[in-house]
Design a protein around this ligand. Structure first.
Ligand SMILES: Cc1cc2nc3c(=O)[nH]c(=O)nc-3n(C[C@H](O)[C@H](O)[C@H](O)COP(=O)(O)OP(=O)(O)OC[C@H]3O[C@@H](n4cnc5c(N)ncnc54)[C@H](O)[C@@H]3O)c2cc1C
Length: 461
């Protein structure tokens, strides 16, 4: 079969890889001049760094499989994480589960309640029990109002802005379940994974492998339309560098674009499917990355439970991967997830930096503007889908209403949160589904996922 793949991020490249591995032909079209999509990199201090912070959990079995399959296993480091929570002018360590017992912002009873409730959520194996309720309704009942207001509510608000009350409890459950799964037995200190020459290298290598196995990968190639004849996808029109608008015929097409882009590629879609696509709101990730002459804190991942501070997390990458890797620079992401209704969504690099800078002294009173050697600005429009209640009934199917046209994007990851691991899984799963639909046998199995009864891990979607 000859399969067209729209998008050269984790899902698109993994889909193309699976198609060629199974003995068929794949052509990838990526709009950007580089591969990797949301996990792509830029250069800092002579090394590659992700535009948005990236790491792996030990439960990310599909990414671990991929990294090894590409011969990059020796570069995958597992490093103990240093997690903290900023509350009322102080950084609290949240690296080991016992750190909760020392969290002085809550009384002992509230701390215990928070710990026990988190354990109860993690122990709940049947996520469908949480389907009908939002996290904002359920959590205060489980952890108590005070624990909710101090810890979970600021984090939900931070991650989802004015949409935080819409987020389903299942999303929250997924976060907790996977976080605990990655701690392993005995609640050992969490280790996070990082491919030492970056996620960008993993996806570049994947693109090269697709080509070595007979596929093609085009960058700076924008797909304008999926060609449909008699209700069936028969090809795409794409703008290729130096060639203008070109047409290519395919037996089937896999689109890995965000749900709001997908309908623009087609003449029309039935209302029912269209509603599933448009029913999901995406938040943009807006990132200011600072290269500093000295460390800002001792923490890798610092959640900000204080809404007077205009960013939701401070991710000091060089408290995870040493600064020597980046020519001695200390790299810090100031992160926000924003909808268009938020004024900060519309701010440019300098305006945002000016708004953030006065608050860095809250994190480190010694901080001085002169520490900033360089700063960068990145945004990813389709970063975080807001997944509400009862979502399992509203997920758009991989088999779209157009025969031979398949969709694999982050809104179909459930109940896990989006991540490279799940996009790799989706891409491979959808490629296999497509080949089977056309009567071709598929060999090999996908890795056993951490959440076995999740929709992402089931074969039939
Ligand atoms: C700030 C941030 C931090 C993250 N942190 C982590 C982390 O720590 N660990 C982790 O595993 N994951 C993390 N993720 C999530 C992870 O990066 C994504 O879930 C994953 O990379 C998504 O892959 P994808 O292929 O599904 O989508 P994308 O990466 O969005 O790929 C879709 C591709 O389609 C292309 N495209 C769109 N329209 C067209 C068109 N018309 N023609 C051609 N191409 C088109 C886009 O350019 C894009 O490259 C993070 C994401 C963000 C934004």
């Amino acid at each position: 079969m000859k399969v067209g793949v729209i998008g050269g991020g984790a899902a698109g490249l993994a889909a193309a890889f699976e198609v060629v591995r199974q003995g068929h032909q794949a052509i990838v079209y990526e709009r950007a001049p580089f591969l990797g999509g949301q996990a792509s990199t830029f250069e800092v201090g002579g090394a590659r760094l992700e535009r948005g912070y990236h790491h792996l959990f030990t439960s990310d079995v599909d990414m671990v499989w991929l990294v090894h399959e590409l011969g990059l296993g020796h570069k995958l480091a597992w490093i103990p994480s240093k997690v903290g929570l900023y509350h009322r002018g102080r950084i609290w360590n949240f690296t080991t589960p016992t750190d909760l017992l020392r969290f002085g912002s809550l009384g002992l009873t509230d701390r215990l309640r928070l710990g026990l409730a988190t354990l109860a959520i993690q122990r709940q194996k049947d996520w469908r029990r949480y389907e009908g309720i939002t996290a904002a309704e359920r959590l205060p009942k489980m952890v108590g109002r005070r624990g909710y207001e101090v810890v979970w509510e600021p984090l939900l608000r931070g991650k989802f802005g004015q949409h935080y009350q819409d987020v389903g409890m299942v999303w929250f459950w997924g976060k907790i379940a996977l976080r605990f799964a990655s701690r392993g037995r005995g609640m050992a200190r969490e280790k996070l994974g990082y491919p030492m020459s970056s996620f960008g290298e993993v996806f570049d290598t994947l693109g090269q492998r697709v080509q070595q196995m007979g596929g093609k990968v085009h960058t700076s190639a924008v797909v304008r339309r999926v060609l449909v004849q008699d209700g069936k996808a028969v090809g795409v029109t794409a703008e290729l560098p130096g060639q203008g608008l070109t047409e290519e015929t395919f037996d089937a097409v896999i689109a890995t674009v965000p749900s709001y882009v997908f309908p623009r590629l087609l003449p029309e879609l039935p209302q029912e499917y269209l509603l599933k696509l448009t029913g999901v709101t995406y938040l943009a990730a807006v990132l200011v990355v600072m290269a500093l002459s000295q460390p800002l804190s001792g923490i890798y991942w610092l959640n900000i439970a204080d809404r007077s501070i205009p960013f939701v997390a401070v991710i000091e990458h060089t408290n995870f991967i040493p600064p020597e890797h980046y020519g001695g620079q200390h790299l810090v992401y100031l992160s926000n997830y924003l909808g268009k209704e938020n004024p900060m969504y519309h701010m440019g690099h300098q305006e945002l930096l000016d708004a953030y800078l006065p608050h860095l002294r809250s994190i480190n009173p010694q901080f001085d503007k002169s520490w900033i050697l360089q700063s960068y600005y990145h945004r990813e429009e389709a970063a975080q889908p807001v997944i509400g209640t009862g979502y399992s009934a509203r997920i758009p199917a991989h088999r779209t209403p157009v025969k031979g046209l398949y969709l694999a994007n982050t809104t179909q990851i459930y109940p896990e949160d989006r991540g490279t691991n799940y996009s790799v899984r989706l891409g491979r799963k959808v490629a296999r589904l497509l080949l089977q639909d056309y009567g071709h046998p598929v060999v090999g199995e996908l890795p056993v996922p951490a959440i076995r009864n999740s929709i992402t891990s089931l074969g039939e979607w």
